[in-house]
Design a protein around this ligand. Structure first.
Ligand SMILES: [Zn+2]
Length: 356
């Protein structure tokens, strides 16, 4: 049993990233990925064995261990560049995206050097991830929350919860999207390796495939990626997340996708999750990072799975059987009336099973 309070790393800097609209599934919508998500989660953890702790600043170096410096440069300067060419930028969405078919048989080209709006479609791969003035500091603060959680594992804590926002698992090495700017879980994994770990597994239980995390580590043998998610035949990110994607080169066999059909309920989900954890144990990592999305919840506006709050408690109990240090990093989950209860259910389940 877990007897000490669980550290919850959280801050208010995420509020700086709050675009009002994005284009989701072909329609202009009010954002699902809003600051109130963090409020609801904190409220749900207020009366339990949880201890809220602020992150510490880690600077840009850990980010550059994972992300392309050109992407980082774009994110840090985008707002300034937008305001130079757009009269009153609000939530800026790209007009043109670099596309494989656009340059088929030709040199790939390059983005414009100075026009930030023109550069946007080079670095962002979808329409659901507009940047506002405070997006960069919010993204960096979210990374610090993940890294501060990793620090606590290195200091000997058994389980830590990093309440990251914006989320991260869709962000690839050189491109951002899917509500994600920087890949918090991937940066935390790299920091653990840089601190001396031999192997890390990222177990992604968000309803959507963690395409960014997969891409970052696809050819790496020191980070295993296991993802259980909606079949991309039916849901974002559409092009990745299928079973034949098993890793390449030194990463061959270290990538496992477990796609689920529309409407999947708790029993089926738990069966596949257990298979994923069997693969994790076979990889024998020193640390495990859980990319925790609670958007497998029934009714989530971005997904189509059917988990109940009790199912999330069972998910937590299965995760809690992993006998290794666990960093739980928040990803998605978009129903404000239940996101807090669902996260609480997972954490209660983990704490009930994890040995200190
Ligand atoms: Zn998701």
């Amino acid at each position: 049993m877990h007897t000490q309070p669980l550290s919850v790393i959280t801050s208010n800097d995420h509020r700086l990233h709050d675009p009002e609209f994005d284009i989701y599934s072909g329609s202009l919508v009010r954002r699902f990925e809003v600051p109130q998500r963090v409020d609801r989660i904190r409220e749900a953890l207020a009366d339990g064995p949880f201890e809220m702790k602020p992150p510490t600043a880690h600077g840009i170096e850990p980010v550059l261990r994972v992300h392309n410096p050109d992407l980082v440069d774009f994110l840090t300067t985008a707002w300034k560049e937008y305001t130079a060419v757009i009269a009153s930028p609000q939530a800026v969405i790209a007009e043109t995206f670099i596309h494989e078919g656009l340059v088929e048989g030709m040199p790939v080209g390059r983005p414009p050097l100075t026009n930030g709006y023109g550069r946007l479609g080079w670095f962002c791969f979808d329409t659901s991830s507009p940047l506002v003035e405070g997006s960069w500091p919010a993204a960096l603060a979210s990374v610090d929350i993940a890294l501060s959680g990793a620090d606590r594992l290195l200091a000997g804590e058994r389980v830590v919860y990093s309440l990251c926002r914006p989320p991260g698992h869709h962000a690839a090495r050189s491109a951002f999207g899917g509500f994600c700017l920087l890949n918090n879980a991937a940066i935390a994994a790299q920091s653990l390796l840089d601190a001396g770990a031999g192997r890390v597994t990222i177990l992604d239980v968000d309803a959507h495939h963690g395409n960014g995390t997969q891409q970052i580590f696809y050819q790496r043998g020191d980070v295993q990626f296991v993802s259980i998610h909606m079949d991309p035949e039916w849901n974002y990110p559409w092009f990745m997340g299928r079973t034949h994607e098993r890793g390449d080169g030194r990463g061959a066999g270290a990538n496992l996708n477990l796609p689920l059909p529309v409407g999947t309920t708790g029993d089926h989900y738990l069966t596949d999750l257990t298979a994923g954890i069997d693969a994790l144990n076979a990889f024998d990592p020193d640390y495990v990072i859980v990319s925790l999305g609670v958007d497998p919840a029934a009714g989530d506006p971005t997904a189509g799975l059917s988990l109940t709050t009790d199912d999330f408690n069972a998910v937590g109990r299965v995760i809690g059987t992993i006998d290794r240090p666990l960093l739980i990093v928040q990803e998605g989950g978009y129903q404000l009336h239940r996101v807090g209860a669902d996260v609480r259910a997972v954490l209660d389940g983990v704490c009930a099973m994890a040995r200190v």
